[in-house]
Design a protein around this ligand. Structure first.
Ligand SMILES: Cc1ncc(COP(=O)(O)O)c(C=O)c1O
Length: 432
């Protein structure tokens, strides 16, 4: 059965299981929503820890954690308590006034990351946009780049969100197709190649924005020492090194920040996803004093950025991360996951890569698409998503236990055995 046919069958199965008096939620989404996603055909109704439950009451192991946003597991009681307490007290005020929640959140964020100042936003893309504005203004006011000529370097294969400026510097054709014209002032250099970065720097270069590990590109880990070399090059040429750690930050790769693996501190840092504790969109741009000092009242903002509800949940998430030593846990469980995956030794797996609990399993398309593997994993009670058609992402909540990792790897083993059987049938058919 083709992947499309299989998806249709799964969808039909779901629709038929829905009471006839009710239109299926999938059908409602398809009829009334934009078709800008291609979700697996499952309707989730509840989450608890590392588990998700569908509308048929079936339990799944969440091996994706909402692209790293649910690092603490679903509905962590401490975070839900912080959310509900604050929601009942004071939720949204705008930044027209001070609140008692924002200062403590920013203080903790700066202390933990070692950055001087933080500017809170909501989505990751907004925080990246904030970084771009800060870098450009710093270039004009401090580095004295002639007005309008500031250049920002990015890495090929980057993913930083979906705003028009951001997709404008994407190197992925689909992300750009039909959405131009795009903002000028960006150039892409190969990821993992420090020499190419240095060669691309001009006196007008304001910043280099880089993910320490490229998530959406397929969990691409750069060569050892790359970020250290980037740090040295940026310092040498007075270029801001800005790490986009929306996906890799806050413990995901086994350190609080992935750039710590190379022992470097960036000039600017973008955080998001897990900062909202899996409950709210909370992001932030953090930077050196002289970079953040470029923002003056009226330059930048967001109605919801830094609201008391977000600040209370963000602070509780950071405290939980420290208290439960989740970075260390991600390191240990990530090593275990890698070791177990390594034992699969299946010809359909051409690479296993990642750091901590951000792992990609590359699937040979001659055996199956990564999407098909994810659909079959769903049947086995494991939810995750493919990236770039050939990579199965394994990025569970950081609170995952070893037994649950065994469960996920066991499910993958069974899926691969099924794929083997299918390949056998194909081989027999070809021989006949
Ligand atoms: C590295 C990185 N930066 C930025 C973003 C954008 O975050 P958001 O989807 O919250 O706008 C993402 C989202 O996947 C990301 O992975």
């Amino acid at each position: 059965m083709t992947t499309a046919a299989r998806a249709a069958a799964l969808q039909a199965r779901h629709a038929s299981a829905t009471p006839s008096s009710k239109v299926s939620p999938i059908a409602l989404e398809q009829r009334h929503g934009a078709h800008n996603y291609h979700p697996l055909p499952v309707v989730l109704t509840r989450g608890e820890g590392v588990h998700l439950f569908d509308d048929q009451g079936r339990r799944y192991l969440d091996m994706m954690s909402a692209y790293s946003a649910v690092s603490f597991g679903h509905s962590h009681p401490v975070l839900v308590q912080a959310l509900t307490d604050q929601a009942q007290t004071l939720a949204v005020t705008s930044r027209a006034f001070h609140t008692d929640r924002l200062g403590p959140f920013l203080e903790t964020l700066c202390r933990m990351t070692g950055m001087a100042r933080a500017l809170p936003m909501n989505s990751g893309a907004e925080a990246v946009e904030t970084a771009i504005k800060a870098a450009r203004k710093w270039a004009y006011k401090v580095k004295r780049v002639p007005e309008g000529l500031a250049q920002i370097l990015v890495a090929e294969g980057n993913f930083a969100g979906r705003t028009t400026t951001i997709v404008g510097f994407s190197t992925e054709a689909q992300y750009r197709d039909g959405f131009g014209p795009f903002a000028p002032g960006f150039s892409a250099v190969p990821f993992g190649d420090a020499r190419a970065l240095e060669a691309a720097i001009t006196p007008h270069t304001a910043a280099f924005i880089v993910e320490p590990i490229q998530g959406e590109a397929g969990i691409i880990v750069p060569p050892a020492g790359y970020l250290k070399a980037v740090r040295e090059i940026c310092t040498k040429h007075d270029v801001l090194m800005i790490c986009d750690e929306v996906q890799t930050g806050l413990g995901r790769t086994g350190r609080l920040l992935a750039c710590e693996h190379d022992g470097v501190r960036p000039d600017g840092l973008v955080l998001g996803k897990a900062l909202g504790g899996g409950l709210l969109p909370v992001s932030a741009f953090l930077a050196r004093d002289d970079v953040m000092a470029q923002f003056t009242p009226g330059d930048h903002g967001s109605t919801f950025g830094g609201n008391p509800l977000a600040a209370a949940v963000g602070l509780a998430a950071l405290q939980l991360l420290e208290r439960e030593q989740l970075s260390r846990r991600a390191h240990e469980q990530g090593d275990y996951l890698m070791a177990q995956l390594g034992k699969l030794r299946h010809p359909a797996i051409t690479d296993i890569r990642g750091r901590g609990l951000l792992v990609g399993v590359q699937i040979d398309p001659a055996f199956a698409s990564a999407r098909e593997v994810c659909e079959r994993l769903m049947d086995e009670g494991v939810l995750t998503k493919d990236t770039h058609h050939t990579v199965v992402r394994l990025a569970p909540p950081l609170v995952i236990e070893r037994a649950q990792i065994d469960e996920a790897v066991g499910a993958l083993r069974r899926v691969l055995q099924g794929i083997d059987a299918k390949a056998g049938v194909r081989r027999e058919a070809a021989a006949a």
